[in-house]
Ligand binder design. Structure first.
Ligand code: NAD
Length: 473
């Protein structure tokens, strides 16, 4: 669907279990040769892919914007961040270097190598149709695996386009396999014995299901889930800077980012001026279709999701919070599109649905607290732990927050602290099931397994039988 118009724009076939089996068979058939392909040749394909994505970034962003609804500038930003992941994996010859210990014993050397897993799969969400597939497939393929990608059925276009660019870049057939579909396709991936690892990004209930099912079937899994990101604003913070950040991170991409700010924790006297400054900025946000260059915020992904998000405003009022800005009152740019204006809820508290739920829409809640300790307690008691941010001019307070926060990604005066591609991305608690974060160095670790070789090239004349346990001294 085009969420800005409510019209169907394309149709995609949903894979049956047998279709998934064909994709996995294709990946398996290509795995041996791809693994044996020289590192420099694998890197060469990725360099070419990187250039093709960069060259076609406008077309890719147009597909993303049309199917997801986000603005073109936001879609171009998504492509730019995805490109960073491809650029990281172009360095794969360096990234796969192992360790070597000469003379671990007399004439004995020990070294570690990292080898690909074989066939691996990725299952991706609707909100980053280009970037999240790139998080996964560039490292997986660079490491020498073959890949089965199952993108979100709501936004299949970007993955189809990326697969075409991979082919153009010279990736051999079978190394990347695209399977469109829904739970039927996912369930087959989770149980297929030829798939060795599954990377997932999506909502927490599905992430938990993927983790439990795939690990039960013997697979390595990293399953990234939902979020409820808190932004803590201390009384000494610059009000304008904090308000700019809260509005950008709360309403960008219509709040449909796993790193969006959903809750502002206003400490002490900062609350009133901060809320005034946020309201002023909300009034100026231009809501419209993603392909209008003047739009700052697009529609939500589906009509049902928009209605679910909007229902939180009534619930919040009924539960005793204050709906300070009601986005439903803003005229929709297209009545058939899935639009909802930005909303602000004041006096939110734990126990209210607006605080407890991952709303995943343009609704920002403010919780008023008296102290840093009270704010920190809320962050650490939250079941999610994806991202959080502190706004302050006090370096000591920021340093303490970085030490205290039980969250995987922390921003200091940075509202959306998505790590650059040479670090790894991932939350804690119910925001990630598994041990390794996604992309960057942990991505390389996830898509490879270590092997340690102990080697001796003795002089045959010195050989003798020795039944003792090998010792190095
Ligand atoms: P989703 O969980 O509904 O879907 C994600 C993928 O899982 C899709 O490919 C979908 O086809 C598949 N799927 C959906 N239901 C399934 C089921 N019952 N069984 C098997 N497979 C199923 O997520 P979404 O709505 O596409 O994406 C939004 C969610 O993703 C939000 O919760 C957001 O926070 C989260 N997200 C998290 C991150 C992160 O890095 N932690 C990044 C982006 C999005």
């Amino acid at each position: 669907m085009n969420p800005a118009t409510g019209e169907q724009i394309a149709e995609v076939g949903f894979a049956s279990a047998a279709d998934v089996d064909r994709a996995v068979a294709s990946a398996k058939a290509a795995a041996r040769e791809w693994r044996a392909t020289a590192l420099s040749r694998r890197a060469e394909v990725l360099f070419r892919f990187r250039d093709l994505v960069a060259h076609h970034r406008q077309q890719l962003a147009e597909i993303i914007s049309r199917e997801n609804g986000k603005t073109m500038s936001d879609a171009l930003g998504e492509v730019a961040r995805g490109l960073e992941n491809v650029e990281f994996s172009c360095g794969i010859p360096h990234l796969l270097k192992g360790g070597y210990s000469e003379q671990a014993s007399r004439g004995v050397d020990v070294y570690q190598i990292r080898q690909p897993l074989g066939v691996v799969a990725g299952i991706t969400p609707f909100n980053f149709p280009g970037m999240v597939p790139l998080w996964m497939l560039s490292n997986a393929i660079a490491c020498g695996n073959t890949f089965v990608l199952k993108p979100s059925e709501k936004v299949p276009g970007a993955s189809v386009y990326l697969a075409g660019l991979m082919k153009e870049a010279g990736l051999p057939d079978g190394v990347l396999n695209l399977v469109n579909g829904d739970k039927v396709a996912v369930d087959r991936i989770l149980e297929h014995s030829d798939i060795k690892a599954v990377s997932f990004v999506g909502s927490t209930p599905v992430a938990k299901y993927i983790y439990e099912t795939a690990t039960r079937n013997g697979k390595r899994v990293q399953a990234l889930g939902g979020a409820k990101n808190h932004m803590l604003v201390l009384p000494d913070a610059d009000i304008n800077m904090a308000a700019d950040a809260a509005v950008s991170a709360g309403y960008g991409a219509a709040g449909e980012r796993c790193m969006a700010i959903s809750v502002v924790l206003a400490v002490g006297k900062v609350a009133d001026p901060l809320i005034d400054a946020i309201r002023e900025r909300i009034a100026k946000i231009k809501v419209g279709p993603g392909n209008d260059p003047t739009s700052e915020m697009g529609p939500l992904i589906t009509r049902e999701h928009r209605d679910r998000v909007a229902s939180h405003l009534d619930k919040a009022a009924a539960e005793g919070a204050t709906v300070t800005v009601d986005g439903r009152k803003q005229a929709a740019p297209n009545k058939d599109g899935f639009f909802l204006g930005p909303s602000l809820i004041d006096n939110a508290k734990p126990g209210m649905a607006c605080y407890d739920t991952e709303i995943f829409g343009p609704v920002l809640s403010v919780v008023r607290v008296d102290t840093y300790a009270e704010a920190l307690k809320l962050i650490n008691e939250n079941p999610y732990g994806n991202g959080t941010a502190i706004f302050t001019q006090n370096g000591g307070a920021a340093r303490q927050f970085q030490f205290d926060a039980e969250v995987g990604m922390v921003g200091i005066n940075v509202p959306i602290p998505v790590p650059v591609a040479y670090y790894s991305f991932g939350g804690w608690k119910s925001s990630l099931f598994g041990d390794l974060h996604m992309y960057g160095p942990e991505g390389v670790q996830f898509y490879t397994r270590g092997k340690v070789v102990t080697s001796r090239w003795p002089d045959p004349s010195a050989s003798k039988v020795d039944l003792g346990f090998p010792q190095v001294r």
